[in-house]
Every structure is written in C-alpha cells, then in structure tokens.
Design a protein around this ligand. Structure first.
Ligand SMILES: [Zn+2]
Ligand SMILES: [Zn+2]
Length: 447
C-alpha cells in the first residue's frame, strides 16, 4: 500500500488573523476558498509543494473555518481550541485500505469510503487507532491506482483514445468542452452533493466533454459529432464553449479525414451531439460535414427535432440537421436494428422520447455508447438523472436495466460528456457501484 501525505488540516477561529501569518508573514499563496456545505466548513488551501519537481503533486495546508455552529469544526474549536485538526494521506485504493485497517480491528469513524472534495473518496480513521491524530484517507477521483490517475487524466486531455472490441476498433475523439447549468445536469440531486463530483463555475455551470465515437469495422462510422463550428460568440459565451482543440484536430490525430466516414449515426439531435453534422461553406450555405456519409437518425427523434416545443426548442437547432434532408443523405430508422455488422441501435427514450444508445458487439465482447442516458460517471446512481430529461422515469427504468446488464456482462461503457473519463467498466462490490477506468491506447500506439 503506497501512502503519500496530501495535506494537513488546521482548524482556525479567526481566519483573518491566521491569514496574517500564513499569507502575509510567510508569503504563501492562498487558493480561493472551497465551501463544503454538507459539513458547514469553508476550506482554504495553501500549496506548499515544490513546483520544480515535475509530476509531484504538492503537499498543502488546509485552513478550516466553521460556517455554522453545527459544523464539526465548531465542535472541535469549542473543545480543543484552534490548531492541528487532521492529516490527509493519499492511498491508491481506499477500499482495500479501509478493509485492511478494519481487518486489524482498528477503529474507523467512516466504516465505508464516502465522497469527499474534488470527486475524491475519503474515510476518517479514529484517533484512538492512530495514536492521537485524526487521519483522513483519501483516494483521488476516478482512480483505482495512482499511476492510473495520471494516465487516465492524460487520456482525457488527449484528443484520441483507441479501444478494441473483437474485430472492431473504437476511437474516441473529442470536439472540446461545453458548460451547462449544474442544476439542470443533475435534476433533483442537491448542489452540495453534485458539486463534489462536478464543481460549478461562478455562473453555476459545470464542464462537459463532447466526445463522439468512431467505429471502424466493416465500414467507418462516427456516432454523434459534437457542437461543430456554426455558433457565434454569444452562444460560445453562454455555454462556455472551449473548442481550441476540436473534432477536426482529433480526426486528423486519429489519421482520419471527413471523407473517410461512411456512416454518421445520431444518438439524438441536441446541438451538443448534432452540431458537427453540418458546416458552412465559403458562400455561407450549410451543407453536410462528411461528404460521403449517409446520416442515420431515428424517425421519432427527427420529427420531434423538426417540430420542437417550448420545453425543448433551445436544444434543437434546425441548421444542424435540416440540410441533411435537403442534400438527400438522410436515412430514418424506425426500429432497433443492426446498422452495420456488430453495431446496433437500441431506443432508450427518457432524455428525449426517441433517444437511442449504440451497442457494439464483437468477439463475445460488448461496448455501449450510452450518450445522454448516462452522460457522465456521476450519473451512475439511480436518482442522478438530468433535469433536461423529458421523461426522467423512463431514464430511471432503462438505466437500472442497463447497469445490471453492464455489471453482469462486463460491458465497456463510453461516457460521452465526462470531462475526466472516456470509458470504463461498471463494477459492483459490497452493494456499491463504481466505474473502473478502462485503459485505452493513445493515438500513436498500434493496435
Ligand atoms: Zn441531449
Ligand atoms: Zn448531451
């Protein structure tokens, strides 16, 4: 078990006075405070690491302020006064660390790991077991080992990640990032819970990736195509669009050009999925982006998108898909069916009435591109359903069925909007569900 010091927590009575020491006298830089509303705590982190050491995440101090009398920090200050509160040790695998401590009869405050700040999982060990120091164990987000954090993060930052399922190659490509309202992304889930997994910006927006999937088998297909480049500056500001690295770059990095695509398959026609279906030509006319491709759309989704209502019209922009019909490249499908060998579409409904996922089955293995049924790993839990969904109870039912099946069969699941994780396996251990990151290959590695 590898253990690294992450930070030292100090309970303070008077924040201004403590800053006078740490910031003004020692000259340290204090990060913007982070509110942990559920704990009634405000945390001020102070990096102490040596930035000249590459790849060594720095040790930090954490000044802890109580924001209400119910706060555990208020209780601590009442009993002991200000001072050293806890130390936090980073571990590779918090579940096995907790099990190991419990197996030795050591007393825990948290018997099970629970979500902490920045999407981490944490568990406090009782000071009785640690010779008087409150110890917090912490595993950073989306990780089963520390080396994996590094490589999974690097993958998320890179444009292209490759996976193999039987005879089919799956190439995850990125069209950059977009921001949506955090509340709308998590429906009935309270902000103190979702903001742990997906921190909000000053406009309450969270960051989503836009990650279409190229399927290379009997033919070359792309599922969804991101936002595209037809939107103006006002739109980009409203949705915090970051396409400095877009689908064009990603396809090039993957060794593909738009001419290589035979089939474009739509999960649904919302602008963050279908925007890249069309481009403006030099005369300003909108035309299909992939010149040789047939575009496959579910008929019910097409009809809803062509006749939007007051509830869904902001998500449907006709310029993204209406020109496909004019160009004669549109193919509407009515039923669940095989689109090419090993690739079939399955209607999920829920998010929109005719939203569909894509199953890739080859050599006895299955991958699933679930699109907005489960856009991020944070949507794994049953009740974590988008407020955007038109039929949330349908999402609930189809997600429960899918997750059960994915656990049983070891399905490789692609999370189109997750900013940190391209794909993973849903696992269940002691009744708890989590996503184990799947290691893909970088664009340059051979298959
Ligand atoms: Zn959508
Ligand atoms: Zn979406």
């Amino acid at each position: 078990m590898k253990v690294v010091l992450d930070h030292v927590g100090i309970a303070v009575n008077d924040l201004a006075a403590s800053l006078a020491f740490y910031r003004d006298v020692l000259g340290l830089e204090v990060e913007a405070p982070e509110e942990v509303a559920s704990q009634h705590v405000r945390a001020h982190f102070i990096p102490l690491g040596d930035e000249r050491l590459p790849g060594a995440p720095g040790v930090r101090l954490e000044l802890l302020e109580a924001t209400s009398p119910e706060s555990p920090i208020a209780t601590y200050l009442g009993k002991r006064g200000p001072g050293l509160h806890h130390i936090t040790l980073r571990v590779d695998d918090i579940r096995s660390a907790v099990d190991r401590l419990k197996a030795r009869g050591l007393r825990m405050i948290d018997d099970e790991p629970r979500p902490g700040a920045e999407g981490s999982m944490i568990a406090f060990v009782h000071p009785a077991a640690t010779h008087g120091v409150l110890v917090e164990l912490m595993e950073p987000r989306a990780a089963t080992s520390e080396s994996r954090v590094g490589s999974v993060r690097a993958q998320a930052a890179s444009q292209v990640t490759r996976y193999t399922v039987g005879d089919v190659e799956l190439v995850s490509v990125s069209d950059g990032f977009i921001r949506f309202d955090g509340g709308a992304m998590f429906g009935v889930v309270p902000k103190p819970l979702w903001s742990n997994k997906a921190p909000a910006d000053e406009r309450n927006r969270i960051t989503l990736a836009m990650r279409p999937l190229v399927v290379r088998g009997a033919r070359t297909m792309i599922i969804d195509a991101g936002l595209g480049d037809k939107e103006d500056e006002k739109f980009h500001d409203r949705y915090g669009v970051d396409r400095r690295s877009s689908l064009d770059h990603a396809l090039a990095e993957a060794g593909l050009s738009p001419e290589d695509i035979d089939i474009v398959l739509a999960s649904h026609l919302h602008f963050d999925h279908a925007g890249g279906f069309t481009v403006r030509d030099a005369q300003g006319r909108v035309k299909p982006r992939f010149p040789r491709a047939q575009y496959i759309v579910r008929r019910g989704e097409w009809e809803d998108a062509m006749h939007p209502n007051a509830r869904n019209h902001a998500s449907y922009l006709a310029r993204n898909y209406a020109p496909l019909a004019d160009a004669g490249v549109l193919q509407l499908v009515d039923e669940d069916q095989v689109i090419m060998p090993g690739v079939r579409v399955v209607r999920t409904g829920g998010h929109t009435a005719h939203h569909q996922m894509v199953l890739i089955e080859s050599g006895g293995r299955t991958a699933a591109f679930v699109a907005d049924m489960m856009p991020m790993t944070a949507h794994l839990a049953d009740a974590w359903i988008m407020g955007f969904d038109l039929h949330p109870l349908d999402t609930l039912a189809v997600k429960q069925r899918f997750v059960r099946d994915a656990v049983e069969r070891g399905v490789l699941v692609f999370f189109e909007h997750d900013p940190d994780l391209v794909a993973g396996y849903i696992r269940e251990q002691d009744g708890k569900r989590f996503v184990e990151p799947a290691q893909g290959r970088a664009s340059t590695e051979p298959s």
